[in-house]
Design a protein around this ligand. Sequence first.
Ligand SMILES: [Cu+2]
Length: 122
Amino acid sequence: MKHLSKNNLKFKKMKTKVLSLAALFMLGAFSVFAGSKTEKIEVKGNCGMCEKRIEKAALGVDGVSKADWNKETKQMELVFDDTKTDLDKVEVAIAKVGHDTPKHKATDAVYKALPECCLYRK
Ligand SMILES: [Cu+2]
């Protein structure tokens, strides 16, 4: 009888260990996904030069791992770590190099300094 309850206790302890290990593992897996966010935004621009400028500006923001702008659709696909940065910061960085985003527009001075082929405002 005594022996059995001891075994039972051992089993309970083991169960707790396995459960906490499983919880730890799930937490780890969750945090990997939690850091990575994908967003699509519209960024104004015209040509291949714009594409390089826009993507460089976005990738220059700490936490951004992917920036892919399409000059036909004007859509930008972004992947970033949302514990390090957010969409607003990326939009500010893009506006700074002369391109309008949904929430942040480039200043006239920066816009006018763009090469002629890149002037997208009509
Ligand atoms: Cu351009």
